[in-house]
Design a protein around this ligand. Sequence first.
Ligand code: ADP
Ligand code: MG
Length: 625
Amino acid sequence: MADTAEKTAASEAPQAHPFQAEVAKLLHLMVHSVYSDRDVFLRELISNGADALDKLRYEAIAHPELLVGGAALKITITPDKQAKTLTIADNGIGMGEAELVEYLGTIAKSGTQAFAEKIKDAQGGVQLIGQFGIGFYSGFIVATKVDVISRRAGAEDAFLWSSEGEGSFTIAPAGVASRGTAIVLHLKDDAAEFLEDWKIESVVRAYSDHIAHPIMLADSEAPRQINTANAIWARPKSEITAESHKEFFGHIAGIYSDPALTIHYRAEGRNEYTVLLYVPGEKPFDLYDPERRGRQKLYVKRVYIADDVELLPAYLRFVRGVIDSEDMPLNISREMLQNNPQVQAIRKAVTNKVLAELKKLSETDAPAFAKIWEVFGPVIKEGLYEDMERRDALFEVARFRSTKSDNITLKDYMAGLKENQTAIYYLTGEDAVKAAASPQLEGYRARDVEVLLLTDPVDSFWVRTALGFDGKPFKSVTQGTADLDLIKLKDEAKPAVADDAGTATLIAAMKQALGAKVQDVRSSKRLTDSACCLVNDSMMDRTLERLLSRQKDSGVAVSAPILEINAGHPLIAALSRTVTAKGVMAVEDAAQLLLDQAFIIEGEQVPDPAGYAKRMADVMAKVFG
Ligand code: ADP
Ligand code: MG
């Protein structure tokens, strides 16, 4: 008996838990560095309350007993001027003891470090907090102490989570409590304004009006609703202001700036559903997460179902918003959703619609589209190798840099094809300016042939699998031989210099001097001004080899290049004469220097920098000595 009594006493006492180190750091920032935009805490806590109500409504589809005896789903804000507390309560899903420890003591998503940087150097950085999945901790911006009383729907026991934001929190049984969660903020002295009705109302109106559940203000008078509480997407298009879109987009994406594109429509026919999607105007922080998760929310008849159903392909993961089906069964299990034929039909139609809207924007408002492409083009281009079915549709929206333009479509490119041009030429690189200066482009420039400059990492991948466009294959200007003979030179007076016996002797000598460092040495068709350049004959061009060789498990190493030399260059001509007169030894250093130079132009490392410097010094000594 004594044993049991002791046990009970022990479990009644508050248990102290340390915060995960990341959380502790974050809290320190909240408490000590955030002085502006403090309002965001209210938005974040209301947003969590709304999520909790959505989750309960969803669970209650399969377990209606969870709702029994509870009042209508709502969020209640209660300011208490005597106690200097502000309470944000919801009668939603609630949290059990283990959930309190896990959800309010650790951080699920990565990216806190990124957030910490933003908050330090960006004005208004705290606005971003919702995006990082750490909104709850914003309570500590205005509170010296936060109490969370929570009872999980369907459970008997309630628990009290409490913390002063200094490294640890406690959890203790809380006796009886109503279903859901109440967050009690013990306000700092300088945050007393959040006890005033006008302040609370203005923050709710600014940030949370669109929350689809009632938000009640319970001051000394009878509680009254202070938001509009209807699903924005269900409203007629003409009645939704840009301001409400901005606010709803902020709620759904955690990005508090105007969306770059809004897509709102109702599909009728075999499947009926409403779509409200936004293309952000800026990069979400997790755009390049390896998970590549989309975050569109699926609703069925205004009931939130899930945000992890693939409603759009991964290459459109930056599109945020809601799809609300009128005819899907409410009681469908989450596991079944992905393979549900209705979901698949919706996915297909909405994907096509998003691409069509992007195309329309590119035609009606080119500058607005250009901004979207600038930010999301590299992601959209993932579709070029993942979504064969829509590759042509994607090619229609894709924009490219080239040797002649900063912004062209493939159609534009095709319109400028030269007589006898058999391919769409491209050069991959890691930097547009450097790529544009590549010697491999010279022969194309001399013939006024446009070359696409592909400088996003993703380009190296799609361009290998894309079969071509409009009947013309894609061809790298740094791979294989240049098939330029049939295309007319711009300046007929400056014909390419033909190889002679001297060139052949030089090539043989260079091969001997360079050995395994090169796959081959040959005379180039693509050079006009430079002495030499590197090309590849293998499956991959050098940019892709470099990209892959940096990835640990790719098993790809940068291969020995082919060194192409320009017979028309004075240096090559001089070397030809030298080798003919004096033999191989006389050009050994020069061969090595030419190869090293070619590496440098490629942005690659010279394999033997000390050797390179020594040879260079020897040559200069001869010239200046
Ligand atoms: P996020 O909302 O992005 O997940 P938060 O820091 O705002 O990040 O909240 C962390 C987690 O805590 C939530 O995902 C949720 O599981 C839990 N939580 C927070 N507030 C509530 C609440 N009012 N009711 C139920 N669970 C909550
Ligand atoms: Mg949240």
